[in-house]
Design a protein around this ligand. Structure first.
Ligand code: GAP
Length: 433
C-alpha cells in the first residue's frame, strides 16, 4: 500500500525533498527541494505553463512581486477575512485549526476534549517595508499570486491587445502562516502556486466554469494521474472564500485523508477588479466594442499548489513490485529522462564508448537531463533509476564494441531492446512522443 511515509522516505533518500533548516532541527511547515525535486517541480510548472499559456492565443503570463502595497491586501479583503478559526487545547496548550479537528474533537496531541472558544487567526505573514517599523510601512507576504494579476490588469489590457475572454497566468510563491501544517507538502507555510485568472463576460460564467473544470481535470489525467483517484467536489456556501460565488475542488484520493483538495476552481465574479478600481481610483474596466460600453469582467480562477500537485503525482506514480520500487512518472515529469551506464566501470573501452553516447544525448537531444552512473553493479543502477522514475536506461556492453548497438531498458516493463547507435535518437524520440 502506498503511504505518505513511504513517499516522504523515498523523496528524502533520493534527493527530492528535504526538511527546511534541517541541521537546526527544522522549521514547521517549510521544505526545501533537492536536486531531483527542482527538476520534478520545474517539469510540473513547464507542463502547466505550456498547457495554459503557450498553447492558447488568449492567455498571457505575468510575474508580479511577492511584496505589494498594503492597500492591495486591505482592498482584496485578505486583511479582514483571510483567517481560519484557531482553538487551544486547555490541557496541553497546543493550538489547532478548529474546523479540521478530528470528528471526535479529541486533541491530536493529548487526546483530551477541552477547547477554548475559537478565534479567527489571520494567515498572512506580516512584514515591514524599509527601516521604520510602523503602521504605514506594514505589508504582507502574498498568500496568493492572484492579486498581482488584478493590480496589473490595466497594464496587460493596455499593452497586449487582449480581447475578452482572455487570461493572465502566473506561477510564484505564496506564504500562509497555517495554524496546522502537515502531510508533507500538502499543507505548508511557503509554497509555489500556479494560478490563472480568466476574464470573461458575466453571462458566460457557467459555461466557462464548466470548461475550466474539464480542462484542469484532463490536465492531471494527461500527466498520468489515474482517473479513479480524481473527482470534483462543489463547495457549500459556508465553505467558500470571501470573494467566490462558486467553488469546485478537484479532489485527490490521498492515502492520509482519503478525498481532499488538489486544486480549486472559483468564480471570483468582478469582486477583485471592482474593489481595486474603487480603492485606487483607477479605471479597471474593459471596453466591450460590440456593446460600445465599458464593463468589469468576471473571473474564473483555477489555482493549484506546485507542491500539492507534486505530492499527488508522486503518490500516483509510486509502485512496489516484487524486487523493486518504481516511480511510474509520466516521462514529461520524470526528473531524469535517460540514464547511461557502461556495463563495467573498470573497462576503459566501455567507459569511453558510454561517454561518447552520454555526450551525444546531452548535446544533440532535448531530452535532458541525462544521468551518468558507473557505480555498483548494473542491477543496483537500474534499481536506483527506477526509484527516481527514469523512463529509460541505456547500457553500453561488450556487444556495443562489436556491432555499435546498445540496450534500452524500459522502466515500466523492465524489457530491454537492442538498437543501433545511429537509430538511438529516432527510437528515443518516438518513445518520448
Ligand atoms: N487564489 C486562490 C487561492 O489561493 P486556495 O484554494 O486557497 O485558492 C489554491 O489555494 C491552491 O493552492 C490549493 O488548491 C492548493 O493546491 C494550494 N494550497 C493552498 N494552501 C496550501 C498550503 N498551505 N500548502 C500547500 N499548498 C496549498
Amino acid at each position: 500500500m502506498t503511504t505518505l511515509e513511504k513517499i516522504v522516505s523515498l523523496t528524502k533518500r533520493r534527493g527530492f525533498v528535504f526538511p527546511g533548516s534541517e541541521i537546526y532541527g527544522g522549521i514547521g511547515g517549510i521544505y526545501d527541494l533537492g536536486p531531483l525535486g527542482v527538476e520534478l517541480a520545474g517539469n510540473i510548472k513547464t507542463a502547466w505553463w505550456e498547457n495554459i499559456v503557450r498553447k492558447r492565443d488568449n492567455i498571457v503570463g505575468l510575474d508580479s512581486s511577492i511584496l505589494m502595497n498594503q492597500k492591495v491586501w486591505q482592498t482584496s479583503g485578505h486583511v479582514e477575512s483571510f483567517a481560519d478559526p484557531l482553538t487551544e487545547c486547555k490541557n496541553c496548550h497546543l493550538r489547532f485549526r478548529e474546523d479540521i479537528l478530528p470528528k471526535d474533537k479529541k486533541c491530536p496531541n493529548c487526546g483530551k476534549n477541552n477547547w477554548t472558544k475559537p478565534q479567527m487567526f489571520n494567515l498572512m505573514f506580516k512584514t515591514h517595508i524599509g527601516p521604520v517599523e510602523d503602521k504605514a510601512s506594514e505589508t504582507y507576504l502574498r498568500p496568493e499570486t492572484a492579486q498581482g494579476i488584478f493590480v496589473n490588469f490595466r497594464n496587460v489590457v493596455d499593452t497586449m491587445r487582449v480581447k475578452l475572454p482572455f487570461g493572465i497566468a502566473q506561477i510564484g510563491k505564496g506564504f500562509r502562516n497555517e495554524i496546522t501544517t502537515g502531510n508533507f507538502l500538502f499543507r505548508v507555510r511557503e509554497f509555489e502556486m500556479m494560478e490563472l485568472e480568466y476574464f470573461i463576460f458575466k453571462d458566460q460564467s457557467e459555461k466557462d466554469f464548466d470548461y475550466w473544470q474539464k480542462e484542469r481535470m484532463n490536465w492531471f489525467i494527461s500527466l498520468g494521474i489515474k482517473k479513479q483517484n480524481l473527482r470534483f467536489r462543489e463547495h457549500k456556501e459556508t465553505e467558500r472564500a470571501h470573494y467566490a460565488t462558486r467553488s469546485v475542488d478537484i479532489e485527490y484520493n490521498w492515502p492520509f485523508m482519503e478525498w481532499g483538495e488538489l486544486e480549486g476552481i472559483a468564480n471570483r465574479t468582478d469582486f477583485d477588479l471592482t474593489a481595486h478600481a474603487k480603492a485606487s481610483g483607477q479605471d479597471l474596466s474593459y471596453f466591450d466594442e460590440e456593446k460600445g460600453k465599458k464593463m468589469v469582467p468576471y473571473v474564473i480562477e483555477p489555482s493549484v499548489g506546485v507542491g500539492r500537485a507534486m505530492t499527488a503525482f508522486l503518490i500516483d506514480a509510486y509502485h512496489e513490485e516484487k524486487d523493486r520500487i518504481v516511480l511510474k512518472l509520466h516521462p514529461k515529469l520524470a526528473p531524469v529522462k535517460i540514464a547511461v551506464f557502461p556495463l563495467l566501470a573498470n573497462k576503459p573501452d566501455l567507459v569511453k564508448k558510454a561517454r561518447s553516447i552520454y555526450q551525444l544525448l546531452t548535446t544533440n537531444y532535448q531530452l535532458l537531463p541525462v544521468a551518468w552512473d558507473d557505480r555498483g553493479n548494473i542491477g543496483k543502477r537500474y534499481y536506483a533509476q527506477d526509484e527516481i522514475g527514469t523512463p529509460f536506461c541505456i547500457t553500453i556492453d561488450f556487444q556495443t564494441l562489436e556491432d555499435d548497438t546498445v540496450t534500452i531498458r524500459d522502466r515500466d516493463t523492465t524489457k530491454q531492446e537492442r538498437v543501433k547507435i545511429d537509430k538511438l535518437a529516432k527510437t528515443l524520440e518516438e518513445k518520448f512522443s
